[in-house]
Design a protein around this ligand. Sequence first.
Ligand code: CU
Length: 136
Amino acid sequence: MAGRRQRGPAFAAALAFVLAAGAANACERPQGWTGGGKIVGKTWTVRWQSAPAAIPVGAHFSLRFRLCGPPVARVKVRGWMPDHRHGMNYRAAVTLAGPTGAVRGLLFHMPGRWQLVFDIAGAAGREKLVAETVLE
Ligand SMILES: [Cu+2]
């Protein structure tokens, strides 16, 4: 296949560059975690996993996450519906223990496109990491 043949030395070199550049942000999936997601930002990368694994509509769910990057001082997690320009009706509680954390009290109250937003702050600056999901 032509497509496969094109993945020659140039592709390998590009991949090696990406891997080297991203080494600090490789952010391995914590042991025992399945599913969930990974959001790569400029300063931080977050691995997250929800419980239950399939985010429900109209029921509380929780998250755990691990941040890779410089030390973190504060993390806020919220939901946002970009098409409707509203967030959740609840404020989630984040507990942070070093680079890992847990979020309780998330509730996406209607079907549609939701963003899961991590607002991260530390001495290195601030960053917003966003994952998107569509709930039916
Ligand atoms: Cu909405």
